[in-house]
Design a protein around this ligand. Sequence first.
Ligand code: ZN
Length: 180
Amino acid sequence: MDNILIDVKSAEDIFPKYQNTPIGLLLEYHNLNRSKEIYDTAQLLVGMCMDNRKHLNIPDNFAYIIRTGGANLRYSEFKVSYAIAVGGVQHIALIGHNNCGMVSLANRKELFIEGLVEKAGWDKEKAEEHFNQFAPMFEIGNEIDFVLNEAKRLRGKYPKITIAPMLYKVEDNRLYLIEE
Ligand SMILES: [Zn+2]
């Protein structure tokens, strides 16, 4: 079944469970240009891809942000725990994006190996070993399915925290909610 993306064009498009929460505010700031309030503490944690095409339109101090390949937080758990336990956030926005480089990594294996050899001075064998060791950990398969599964996994791990999976479209720079 295809996942349905909801373009948030007005505050009413935000799912009721996220309205009047930092998740709703994130959508209002980024998509609806809500005027920026002043924050002195983080309101939520954002997990998003390291991809250079993405930039969030949010106030200063509004969010902790962990950027990783594919918004994959599996190897950033201590930081997630820190944002919750010490930073006090109760909400996580997990933002995947279309056209993500962490999809189908195997197709870029040669490019990866040649790049490390030519641009970083690695020897070919080391570069290949490096790819083979890490690509399976960072491959996300499909952007939307990945954030949905990652949201489920994190809900299991942090049961009191609200976790919202979203998609960022690089062609229009907007956030979309994903119907689960
Ligand atoms: Zn990406």
